[in-house]
Design a protein around this ligand. Structure first.
Ligand SMILES: *[C@@H]1O[C@H](CO)[C@@H](O)[C@H](O)[C@H]1NC(C)=O
Ligand SMILES: *[C@@H]1O[C@H](CO)[C@@H](O)[C@H](O)[C@H]1NC(C)=O
Length: 331
């Protein structure tokens, strides 16, 4: 009986874990995101499902500092818009993130601009990010540096070094670190980088969106990504496309049901405008809300030894009830 009990408790801790559920506010979609975030879908609102809301407003300035993207919707600016979403999140158990991306003012994804931040001016850039998070009372940083040049995999180690240093600086202040990657082996950063990144970040978003799904083939199946993350899958978020209703052969709600069956993988929805009406339903937000942990996991990644602790709040009440039940049974 005792062994059975111990095994059972162990299994519960392994099987029920919190995941992250992220969405973004693009600088060109501030008004629409704000509307959606304040809309009631039946008895649900988006904040009941989201753990993180990431503001994609910042770019590196090329010399270790930050600049605003050129993409702001007319009449909007970074300071005021950040405050709008920080105020929105107040008391809602949603963390608001600074998302820095490398789309330059000419409108192209500029890896050299990214590299000025993660390599050339690394420590200055890290200080800039941490200072900006504190200045605007944000909850962490979301790194969205992208290139379609696979050859940039040569920069992997340098990028990971950057995440390590940034992760340490943010954790010291109780802040989270997310990073975005491509879904498989192409472009950079990509799935091949995950294994080196998990220990330094809070979560990894895989930007598969409409190219991956529950019934995708080989690399485009959700289960393939889950397997690639192995025991770190609770740190992974699989990208879902908020702008369509059917992709890879399934409708939005059926794609979401995969996450109900695979509670050890998180979700990221591009973007908070949820432009397609299939996302603007009670059924969708009820399901997503059921995946959100009661308490957002702490920013401690698994390597920093607190995996069980991070999910303790979530599992505690369930485990406690079960323990009493088993105790009663064993008498
Ligand atoms: C909302 O919840 C209430 C009670 O919890 C229920 O009576 C009502 O039918 C729900 N509304 C919808 C649209 O499901
Ligand atoms: C999971 O993360 C640890 C470090 O936190 C790493 O050593 C391990 O290789 C990772 N596993 C996978 C499959 O990425």
């Amino acid at each position: 009986m005792k062994i059975f009990l111990i095994v059972l408790i162990f299994l519960i801790f392994l099987s029920v874990e919190g995941v992250y559920i992220e969405s973004w506010v693009p600088a060109y979609g501030i008004t629409k995101s704000e509307t959606r975030l304040n809309t009631q879908y039946g008895n649900y609102t988006m904040d009941q499902g989201l753990t993180h809301l990431s503001l994609q407003f910042w770019i590196p300035d090329g010399s270790g500092g930050l600049d605003w993207t050129h993409q702001f919707e007319s009449g909007k600016n970074g300071d005021d818009s950040s405050k709008v979403f920080v105020d929105w999140a107040n008391g809602k158990n949603v963390k608001v993130m600074l998302c820095v991306f490398n789309l330059n003012k000419d409108g192209s994804w500029d890896w050299e601009l990214a590299k000025s931040g993660f390599e050339t001016y690394r420590s200055t850039f890290i200080n800039s990010l941490v200072d900006e998070v504190e200045r605007l009372d944000l909850d962490g940083v979301d790194i969205d540096f992208e290139t379609t040049e696979s050859s940039k995999s040569e920069d992997r180690d340098s990028f990971v070094e950057f995440l390590k240093d940034l992760g340490e600086a943010l954790r010291a202040k109780g802040k989270d670190l997310f990073v975005n990657t491509f879904a498989y082996i192409w472009n950079a950063p990509n799935q091949d980088w995950w294994e080196l990144m998990f220990e330094h970040v809070t979560g990894i978003n895989s930007m598969g969106y409409d190219e991956i799904g529950r019934n995708g083939d080989t690399w485009s199946a959700y289960s393939f990504s889950k397997d690639a993350a192995g025991t770190n899958s609770t740190q992974l978020m699989l990208g879902m496309p908020g702008w369509v209703s059917t992709w890879k052969g399934d409708v939005t709600i059926d794609q979401l049901k995969w996450f109900e069956e695979n509670k050890e993988v998180g979700i990221s929805i591009w973007d908070a405008q949820i432009l397609d009406s299939s996302w603007q339903t009670e059924q969708v937000w009820e399901l997503i809300a059921s995946l959100k942990p009661d308490a957002t996991p702490t920013p401690t990644p698994s390597s920093n030894q607190d995996t069980n602790g991070a999910h303790m709040n979530f599992t505690f009440s369930f485990t406690f009830c079960l323990l009493i039940f088993i105790a009663l049974l064993s008498f």
